[in-house]
Design a protein around this ligand. Structure first.
Ligand code: EPU
Length: 339
């Protein structure tokens, strides 16, 4: 266990927001985690789990103790001719895990290459990209629940996965410390290139019969061309969810704005790309005070060029929500956790 006193959190969040917390405790085992909770100086403080810090926005100092989940390790629990059950510690970097699995020939997560963050945070918002979400390969997870004083195994059903959603963002918000996640991956890959951009990219790369490594490379190329690298420009990926609206609401808006793209997701529901709405509202590529703004290639991503505060970025997100609501009568919802 490592205890940092009054550290800057700038390097612990991918937006690069320079706020502080009285304590940051790095833990890499269950014993450590429980010990951290029992430390007399931490006992009465508010606490929060932190992974890679890639899906949150600090709008102020955190008044309490941050528990940085560094649990390491990748372990095969079971293997058959067709599948492998593999468990990864919460602190394993997601993309490193993806590359490890691709190297072994285990398929199912290659479309989610290069998503920032750690394994432990992946189920929280049911991360997804290019036609695949984590719930499609999820087997179970283990979490320590301070209220119970013990760990609990969560099945897929118990996680209540939805679009960028799980029980850990609702009922169990701030109540569970995910320590490891177990996946079921396939040894006979079913390549998924249904998301248009992948097919195009594979064509550009001149690849006819792609393997999982090729799909991963295509996704990496697409992401690098569209999304800012948090190591270079502060950001937390998509700041908003793509709104899901009713068919009747969609039809009413569509008569006024026939060029609005949409994806039918059920008989009565339609998903609309938030990036398009934000772009149409005139925010794409806008920079404020030379410090923060909206990314030039993907309007769904708010960026901190350096020196922007969390409050300024939050206020910009409110401005965007208001503008989209006024023009399109669609209410955008933030996807990033606001603290
Ligand atoms: N679009 C615009 N302008 C923009 C951005 C997008 O018009 O500035 C429109 C275009 O019509 C485009 C469509 O939006 O065809 C879809 O864009 P894109 O393929 O970039 O995907 P997205 O819907 O904007 C979602 C995820 C991303 C994920 C991509 C690819 C959410 C909130 N975001 O974005 O996830 O990488 O699909 O699967 O669902 C993340 O969660 O952090 C993230 C980056």
């Amino acid at each position: 266990m490592e205890i940092l006193h009054n550290p800057s959190l700038k390097s612990f969040n991918t937006f690069g927001i320079d706020v502080k917390a009285p304590y940051l405790v790095r833990v890499n085992s269950l014993v450590d985690l429980q010990k951290a909770y029992d430390l007399p100086e931490l006992r009465d403080l508010n606490k929060m789990a932190l992974g890679g810090g890639s899906n949150l926005l600090f709008t102020q100092d955190f008044a309490g103790a941050i528990i940085k989940m560094d649990f390491p390790g990748i372990e095969v629990l079971d293997e058959t001719e067709s599948h492998v059950i593999v468990k990864a510690g919460a602190g394993v970097v997601w993309h490193q895990f993806v590359l490890y699995c691709i190297e072994k020939g285990w398929a199912g997560i290659e479309n989610m290459s290069l998503i920032p963050g750690n394994v432990g945070a992946a189920p929280m918002q049911n991360i997804g990209a290019y036609g695949v979400e984590i719930n499609s390969v999820f087997e179970s997870l283990e979490a320590w629940l301070p209220e119970l004083g013990s760990t609990k195994t969560f099945s897929k059903k118990e996680c209540q996965f939805g679009y960028r959603m799980s029980i850990f963002k609702t009922e169990l918000k701030n109540k569970a410390y995910i320590t490891s996640v177990t996946f079921k991956l396939s040894k006979s890959p079913k390549i998924n290139t249904t998301y248009g951009a992948i097919e195009n990219e594979l064509n550009v790369m001149g690849i006819k019969n792609p393997g999982i490594k090729d799909v991963s490379n295509a996704v990496i190329r697409i992401r690098q061309s569209k999304l800012p690298d948090p190591k270079e420009i502060g950001n937390a990926g998509s700041f908003f969810k793509n709104p899901v609206i009713s068919k009747s609401q969609f039809e009413a808006i569509h008569t006024k704005f026939p060029e609005m793209p949409s994806y039918r997701i059920s008989k009565n529901e339609v998903k609309v790309p938030a990036g398009w709405l934000i772009e149409q509202a005139g925010f794409k590529g806008k920079t404020y005070d030379n410090k923060y703004g909206v990314h030039k290639n993907q309007a769904l991503v708010l960026v901190n060029y350096g020196g922007g505060t969390g409050q300024e970025i939050y206020d910009l997100s409110t401005k965007i929500i208001d503008a989209v609501l006024t023009t399109y009568n669609i209410e955008l919802e933030r996807e990033v956790n606001i603290l």
